[in-house]
Structure formats: structure tokens, C-alpha cells
Write a protein that binds this ligand. Structure first.
Ligand code: GDP
Length: 445
């Protein structure tokens, strides 16, 4: 999936990974290539432009200078931005099917995978959500389409509305609604007639059906391989019928991932599912993280991002080690330590990781050594000026009063913090004398 785009981006990022540092110019160059790759993946021009602009703003501002491996940093930023664009509100796999019988209207062009997807979703509703589902084909123009749905229904064990020849789509819809209510179905799905292209008469027909059943969900099924065309189709259907979500089919092929991105950005409609094959199980809930990972083609992007994060932490740790080796340990260092403690799950998390320490963790909590205390200590440090943090020895009575008040605490709280800092600084100094090399080795273990 999305091979074209992924290969391109991989190339860009490979090159970046080999560079030592990433300048603003490097970001621009990388993103220029990202933009070309997006366009070639059939992302529409305005979407690609917007996307790159957004990423550039994010990249230039913060992370780039801090990054140890620039390539990873860019991957993270591009990945996060992709997820951001792709993500809709709420859970894409959760269809509004309470209040039975809930109608679901399936719309789209002919050959897009509408009938197949109708059955796939029915199967999912039945098996995952325990719903009783009735399916009905409204395609009066192609009797084969009606038969196809009946065959699929039999295959997955979902009822289909009996075919009555000569009935109009709106009448079939009424009959389905009635049958669903009488038969005690939770959901009824209407597979509308496909069309080769947007056609006013057929569109009107779907609109009439919509007015009769008032669907809870109107899902547009589009072929993900058709890229920009899929986006235009979505816009038209949404303008005329109003859709609640999109299903992108044929995402199992080597299609270009652009459709997903443009679809979201242009229509603002959530992508609910992706079709990944012809079999009835080949339907996946749309996961922005996963699709973003696939678009980037970086395999397990999440692991990569975490690794990048670790690298940054390792760099910070090393910096701290170097300072410690020189016997330096000021309030900034202490703050960093406290923050790391919180990140690792606070006192409890830290103790929980050590075997046999669970009990001790409770005792420490009782003694007040918990996350709350750590947060209070951080608040005290934040209340200090830059100069005070770098040289805590300058803290006299008036400064102490101001700092404690600033953090909403007592001077005695601050004194406790200062005592802890002094003790830790002493230990650091001693460790520093042990020699930098040895200590670094130990810390890296
Ligand atoms: P409709 O005309 O929109 O109802 O389209 P169909 O449901 O009849 O599907 C057309 C063809 O596409 C069929 O051969 C399906 O098996 C196939 N198809 C549907 N969804 C997918 C998918 O996600 N991946 C692949 N590879 N084929 C699909």
C-alpha cells in the first residue's frame, strides 16, 4: 500500500539521517521533496501545500535544533502532521446503529466496491457488535447486483430483503424499513444503485431514498485507487446527499495513499473503514496512525518515533553526566531529574519496576513522597529566576519568600527542596570524582 509515496519519503529521510545537523534550509529541502511525493501520490495541490506549510512551521520552530538524528525528527513531525490531518472525531469503526432499526445508506459509483463493502460491514456488525442486520439492494437496473448481495448475504449469514421484480428503489427502501421493524432487526443496510459517473437522475433517486428512510449513517464507498477522482466524487455526494463517512476500498493494492489524505482534508468527512481485499473479512477500521505509517513507509513508525525520543533523552542524560562529572548540579538539573521521574510513572512507577519494591512504594506514598510532591517541587523550581536556578546559593530570605509565594507554598517547603538539592549535589560531586568515563559507562547500562 502506498508504495510510491513511501519509497520517495524513505529516500528523503535516508539522506537526512546521514546528516549531522538539520538547518532550516534542510527542513525546506526535505519538505519540498515531501511535497512532490505527495503530489505524485495524487494528493491535491492545495492539500499538499497546506500540509507542507503546517509541517514547516512545526519543524522550524521547535524540534529540529534539539534533534540528535534529524531524519527521525522530521519523520516524527511529518508523521504527527499526517495523523493530524487524517484523524476525524471519535471512533471511526463505531457506526450510529442504536435506536433500532437503524438505517445505513450505502452510496457510490459503480464498481467502487459498494456491494462488497455493504456485506463486509453487515458481517462486522453481526459478529463484532452482535447486531441483527437486514440488507437490501436498490439496484433495479442491474439484476445481477441484487443477486450478488443475496449471494454474499447467504455466505455471511445475514438476511437480505426478498427481491420483488419491477419495484422502484424508493419502494424497496420502504419495504426494507417495514421489514426491519417487523422482523426485529437492529440495522438495515440499503445498497443503492451504482453509477458510472455522477448522474443527476440517479442522484435524485438516492436523495428520495434518503428522505424516505432518514439514514443514521450514509457511507460513501470509493475506490482508493482513483485518487483525485474519489475526492471529487465525495465532494459531490456530500453536497447533494450529505455523507457521514467514507470507506476507501482497494487499499490492499499498490495504490497511492494520496486519496486518504486529500479525502480528509478536502471533504472534512471521516474515513471510517478501508477495504483491503475481496474477502468478507478484508475490512479494517481506519487508523490514522497506521495509514500515516504506511504513507511514510517507515514500517513501524511509532517505534521509530519512540527511538528518536529516546535518543533525545540519552543526549540529555549524557549532558547531565558531563555536568555531574564536573561537580555541577543546579536547580535546572534537579528539575530535569524530577520531570524524568514523573515521566517514568512517578515514584510508584519507578518502584514498581524494581522487584520487591511494591510495598516500599506504599510506605513512601504514606510519607508523602508521591507524584504530588514531585509536582510541587517542580513548581517551586519554576518559580525561581534563571539566575536563581543556576546558582541556588544566592537564595536569601526575601528571594525564598517570593519563590514560595509564587508556587503557592511555604518557605519551609522550599527549604526542604534546597536541602534535598544540596544532598544530591554532594553525591554528584563524589560520583564526579569517580571519573567521567566509568560513570558514563555505568549510566548507559
Ligand atoms: P459496486 O459496483 O460498487 O457494488 O462494486 P462491487 O462490490 O461489486 O465490487 C467490484 C469489485 O471490486 C469486486 O470484484 C470486488 O470483489 C472488488 N473489491 C471490492 N472491495 C475491494 C477491496 O477492498 N480490495 C480489492 N482488492 N477488491 C475489492
Amino acid at each position: 500500500m502506498f508504495e510510491n509515496l513511501s519509497e520517495r519519503l524513505s529516500g528523503v529521510f535516508d539522506r537526512l539521517t546521514k546528516q549531522g545537523a538539520l538547518s532550516e534550509e534542510d527542513v525546506k529541502t526535505a519538505l519540498r521533496e515531501v511535497r512532490v511525493a505527495l503530489l505524485e501520490a495524487d494528493v491535491s495541490l492545495p492539500v499538499a501545500r497546506d500540509f507542507v506549510k503546517k509541517v514547516q512551521e512545526q519543524a522550524t520552530g521547535q524540534a529540529v535544533t534539539k534533534s540528535v538524528t534529524p531524519g527521525q525528527q522530521v519523520v516524527k513531525i511529518v508523521h504527527d502532521a499526517l495523523v493530524d490531518v487524517l484523524r476525524g472525531d471519535g471512533d471511526p469503526g463505531k457506526l450510529k446503529v442504536d435506536d433500532p432499526p437503524a438505517p445505513i445508506l450505502m452510496v457510490g459509483l459503480q464498481g467502487g466496491g459498494k456491494t462488497t463493502t455493504t456485506a463486509k460491514i453487515a458481517k462486522r456488525l453481526k459478529e463484532k457488535d452482535g447486531k441483527r442486520v437486514l440488507m437490501a439492494s436498490l439496484d433495479v437496473y442491474r439484476p445481477a447486483a441484487m443477486d450478488q448481495l443475496a449471494v454474499l448475504g447467504a455466505q455471511i449469514g445475514v438476511d437480505t430483503l426478498p427481491i420483488v421484480p419491477g419495484q422502484k428503489p424508493v419502494d424497496i427502501a420502504r419495504r426494507a424499513k417495514q421489514q426491519a421493524a417487523l422482523g426485529g432487526y437492529d440495522v438495515y443496510m440499503l445498497d443503492t444503485a451504482g453509477r458510472l459517473h455522477i448522474d443527476q437522475a440517479l442522484m435524485q433517486e438516492v436523495e428520495d431514498v434518503r428522505n424516505v428512510v432518514e439514514p443514521r449513517e450514509t457511507l460513501l464507498v470509493v475506490d482508493g485507487l482513483t485518487g483525485q477522482v474519489a475526492v471529487e466524487v465525495a465532494e459531490e455526494f456530500d453536497a447533494k446527499i450529505g455523507i457521514t463517512g467514507v470507506v476507501l476500498t482497494r487499499m490492499d493494492g499498490d495504490g497511492r495513499g494520496g486519496a486518504a489524505l486529500s479525502m480528509r482534508a478536502v471533504t472534512g468527512k471521516p474515513i471510517r473503514f478501508v477495504g483491503t481485499g475481496e474477502k468478507m473479512d478484508a475490512l479494517e477500521t481506519f487508523e490514522p496512525e497506521r495509514i500515516a505509517g504506511r504513507i511514510l513507509g517507515m514500517g513501524d513508525i511509532v517505534a521509530l518515533v519512540e527511538k528518536a525520543q529516546e535518543t533525545i533523552e540519552a543526549e540529555q542524560a549524557e549532558k547531565m553526566m558531563r555536568r555531574m562529572a564536573k561537580g555541577q548540579f543546579n536547580m535546572n538539573d534537579l528539575k530535569m531529574q524530577l520531570e524524568q521521574m514523573l515521566q517514568m510513572g512517578g515514584m510508584e512507577g519507578l518502584m514498581g519496576m524494581l522487584p520487591g519494591m511494591g510495598k516500599m512504594s506504599k510506605q513512601m506514598q504514606q510519607a508523602g513522597l508521591d507524584d504530588k510532591l514531585i509536582r510541587r517541587q517542580i513548581a517551586l523550581i519554576q518559580s525561581m529566576t534563571k539566575r536563581e536556578r543556576a546558582n541556588p546559593q544566592i537564595l536569601q530570605a526575601s528571594r525564598k519568600k517570593r519563590i514560595a509565594a509564587g508556587a503557592g507554598m511555604e518557605v519551609s517547603d522550599l527549604n526542604k527542596l534546597l536541602k534535598m538539592h544540596r544532598q544530591m549535589a554532594d553525591v554528584m560531586k563524589k560520583m564526579g570524582r569517580m571519573g567521567k568515563g566509568k560513570m558514563l559507562k555505568q549510566a548507559m547500562k
